[in-house]
Design a protein around this ligand. Structure first.
Ligand SMILES: *Cc1c(COP(=O)(O)O)cnc(C)c1O
Length: 400
């Protein structure tokens, strides 16, 4: 009902929160695109950094800053930046810190879009690139040129779960004054802290394990070096790599349970990898915490025994068996055949038809991916029920 004191509807001002002596226990969602300041002098003070105030959401907003600070404290650095996707974080590091004439080395099994940026976009902008095997320091050393500015690696590769020689690569970077950038998406700060191993820049697809519910697309990039951080921040604002406040709010909520989710997913992954290794028809199984993994010792050294939540395996029978396996795995109560990772639910991906479809058969074989290879992002299900799904699916794949 209208009263005489209502503001005129033509004056668009926010409605103040109803007066309350209590306070909410959840971070407020702040979708405001623009923020009002008291006077031009007050605005000057904000822009000059004498006071802190928001002005325009592309340049920063409370939900992004709250999430960025939480992630920075998990990684052990003072500052970080939340961006609109994991690829926005890769962009901020590669394009925000390199210039035409520089050379960048990337791990040869980086995330598919990162590989594409190395192959297509950086060269188009005058930044030369070389891929090298990050499990082999000699291969990385051989790729270094006079103008090498940066090395970008992931600690555990997708989908073959090889473990990078981070310490060896760090030593090379120190020797040649090269920036070391670590994409820590698979390992997460619970299993690996890149800054403690000398990384200059750390980045994440927050979309995956950190947010954890497949409902928010976000990235994070951080550095202990203020100069690098400033350059990435200014560049990201100019390019508009800004995240949505709602996604930041969802991810902050997801982070509240991250530790517990990670522990459960990791113990499920260990149980699943052991069960798969006993199943007839399974010809290969890769889990970094398993003794049979080719990089087991290095994985133990870098991640302190954490195996993370990814398991890769191969069934006999090629594509035909793979089709049967994916179909049976989705029969209720089954799991999703979907090319993502880090969700609360287990997801199954088939690299030869998704992440690695651009490679020809010979190049896939060279990195041990066949038509029978699956990568599992293990979720939080009851472990026996999960193992039953795989027992059914693997058996179906081997039935003529
Ligand atoms: C998914 C992923 C990315 C890209 O993140 P988006 O949020 O999808 O843009 C980058 N690196 C790794 C290792 C990833 O798994």
């Amino acid at each position: 009902m209208s009263t005489g004191s209502d503001p005129k509807p033509t004056l668009a001002r926010p409605t103040p929160s109803p007066l309350s002596v209590s306070y909410p226990v959840v971070t407020p969602l702040s979708p405001s695109v623009v923020y009002a300041s008291a006077t031009p002098d007050a605005l000057d003070a904000q822009y000059e950094g004498a006071t802190h105030g928001y002005t325009y959401a592309r340049e920063g907003h409370p939900n992004a800053d709250i999430l960025a600070a939480r992630l920075a404290s998990m990684e052990g650095c003072a500052a970080g930046l939340v961006l609109g996707s994991g690829m926005a974080a890769v962009t901020a590091a590669l394009l925000g810190l390199c210039k035409a004439g520089d050379h960048v080395i990337g791990g040869d099994q980086l995330y598919g879009r990162s590989l594409r940026m190395m192959a297509e976009d950086l060269p188009r902008l005058g930044i030369a690139t070389t891929l090298a095997d990050p499990t082999d320091v000699a291969s990385v050393r051989a790729a270094i040129q006079e103008n090498t500015r940066m090395i970008l690696i992931e600690v555990i590769s997708n989908p073959t779960l090889r473990v990078a020689d981070v310490e060896g690569i760090r030593a090379l970077c120190a020797e040649r004054d090269i920036l070391l950038v670590v994409d820590n998406t698979f390992t997460t700060p619970r299993a690996f802290k890149p800054f403690d191993f000398g990384a200059d820049v750390v980045l994440h697809s927050v979309t995956k394990l950190l947010a954890g519910h497949s409902d928010a697309t976000l990235g994070w990039v951080g550095s202990r070096k203020a100069e690098l951080m400033d350059r990435m921040r200014v560049f990201s604002i100019t390019l508009g790599l800004t995240p949505s406040p709602f996604d930041c709010w969802l991810a902050e909520r997801g982070l509240m349970t991250f530790d517990m989710r990670f522990e459960r997913a990791q113990s499920n992954a260990m149980a699943l990898s052991e069960a798969l290794s006993q199943m007839p028809g399974v010809t290969k199984i890769l889990y970094p915490a398993a003794r049979t993994h080719p990089d087991h010792n290095r994985a133990m050294g870098l991640t302190g025994g954490q195996g993370c939540n990814m398991v890769t395996f191969e069934v006999a029978g090629g594509r035909e068996a793979a089709n049967k396996l994916a179909e049976e795995a989705q029969m209720p109560p089954g799991i999703a055949f979907a090319p993502t990772l880090g969700d609360v639910g287990t997801t199954l991906s088939h690299p030869a038809s998704s992440s690695h479809r651009a490679l020809d058969e010979a190049r896939r074989n060279a990195i041990n991916i066949s038509q029978g290879t699956f990568r599992v992002s293990v979720g939080l299900e009851e472990p026996d029920a999960l193992i039953d799904v795989f027992r059914r699916a693997v058996a179906a794949s081997q039935t003529p």
